[in-house]
Design a protein around this ligand. Structure first.
Ligand code: AMP
Length: 380
């Protein structure tokens, strides 16, 4: 249970995206070997791995070969099929455990789990047909948000219900069999906490992140979060309680809404590093990726003190719309750092990279990072 995997061991990562890429960079810097398992040919993570196994998650033989070849397995992507994780677990330790992934993969399971653990969540109801939708709206009221229960992220499969909508129409327009209706929270801010926990129960939380979304996708994260005293502590306590309850070994990001009356409501869990924690690479004593390595491998957790106020701005494929971004102009800004994820096709809404900038305070960090991002577009 409390096995440790020292530098020199091989860490297997399920998933080949940018979180796996930044994890691989941190792990290899610390002397680990990294194997990536992904169906993608040219994956962002594969570019930094010792070895990439390209196969479908349902390819049992390939999954089992991968599990036998590595010392410990972690993941960077939630929607790994449960069966795949089960195959891995037979031959290798998986951290965090598949049970945590199972909760985070489905919004209904997640909300039921949180509500059962007395963690505050938005009012919600399961919806499996037009009749259930009508009664859920009756009980929850409007505005409400209808989300697919599974495979949802970055606002995919979400719909806000405000006017007097026709339930049959909404139902037949939705492609999923199982949905969740949530009361819309009138929040002041969105925040997140990333907590790390080792197998012996030691925990460390990163500073509270303040997140600004655009079109349901994270746009900017700023730290320190501009919130009242006490909010950060309370958010950290919630994240720790959840980590403890699920028996986390690894990292868990907890997204929350901060209501106008100061109450925190948990929206989503992600048992892995998180987009809102990318600033830790430059502005924290330990980055979230190094922390994941430490937590998964049973090393002591690193300090999570913030070094300087910082802001991170996502670079979506949309940035490329008016031609190749002007990197030099953006990097001319003071304290601006560029991260690109090695993706060749800049599709709209696709996360291609991010910028991080420092400032004397959070507002200045936001001003610098947004200025740098606008400087990328040639005609600005
Ligand atoms: P999610 O896919 O659940 O992370 O939702 C993406 C974004 O949609 C969130 O970051 C919020 O900006 C918004 N959102 C989701 N659920 C709610 C809710 N119950 N109330 C208000 N806003 C929400």
């Amino acid at each position: 249970m409390t096995r440790t995997y020292p530098p020199g061991s091989t860490i297997g990562v399920m998933g080949g995206g940018q979180l796996g890429r930044m994890f691989a960079i941190a792990a290899r810097r610390m002397g680990y070997r990294v194997q990536i398992f992904t169906p993608e040919e040219e994956s962002p993570a594969g570019q930094f791995a010792d070895l990439t196994r390209i196969a479908d998650y349902n390819n049992e033989a390939a999954v089992r070969r991968f599990a036998r070849d590595v010392d410990v397995i972690t993941f960077e992507f939630e929607n790994i099929p449960a069966q795949t994780v089960a195959w891995c677990t037979e031959d290798c330790e998986v951290r965090p455990a598949g049970s945590i992934l199972h909760i985070a993969q489905n919004r209904l399971r997640e909300k039921n789990f949180l509500a059962g653990a007395d963690i505050p969540v938005a009012p919600f109801r399961a919806v499996r047909n037009a009749r259930e939708l009508a009664s859920a709206i009756d009980q929850i009221g409007r505005p409400a948000i209808l989300k697919t229960a599974a495979f949802g992220y970055d606002g995919k499969g979400q719909q806000t219900i405000t006017a007097r909508d026709d339930f049959d129409e909404i139902w037949s327009a939705s492609s999923a069999d199982e949905l969740i209706l949530e009361g819309a929270i009138d929040f002041d801010k969105e925040v997140s906490v990333i907590v790390a926990r080792t197998a012996d129960g030691t925990m460390a939380t990163f500073p509270l992140c303040e997140n600004i979304h655009r079109n349901h996708i994270l746009d900017i994260t700023v730290v320190p979060a501009r919130v009242a005293d006490g909010v950060e502590h309370e958010a950290a306590q919630l994240a720790r309680a959840i980590a403890e309850k699920v028996g986390l070994v690894g990292l868990l990001a907890v997204e929350m809404f901060l209501k106008r009356d100061g109450q925190l409501i948990v929206n989503e869990l992600a048992p892995r590093p998180h987009n809102s924690g990318h600033w830790t690479i430059e502005a924290c004593v330990t980055s979230q990726f190094e922390q994941q390595v430490r937590a998964v491998c049973g090393l002591p957790l690193g300090a999570t003190d913030i070094l300087r106020p910082a802001a991170m701005a996502n670079l979506l494929g949309d940035v490329w719309q008016r031609g190749v971004p002007d990197w030099a102009r953006a990097l001319a800004g003071e304290g601006v750092h560029l991260h690109l994820y090695g993706k060749s096709e800049p599709r709209p809404r696709r996360k291609m990279g991010h910028l991080t900038a420092f400032g004397a305070n959070p507002d200045e960090a936001i001003a610098r990072v947004t200025h740098a991002r606008s400087a990328l577009t040639p005609s600005h």
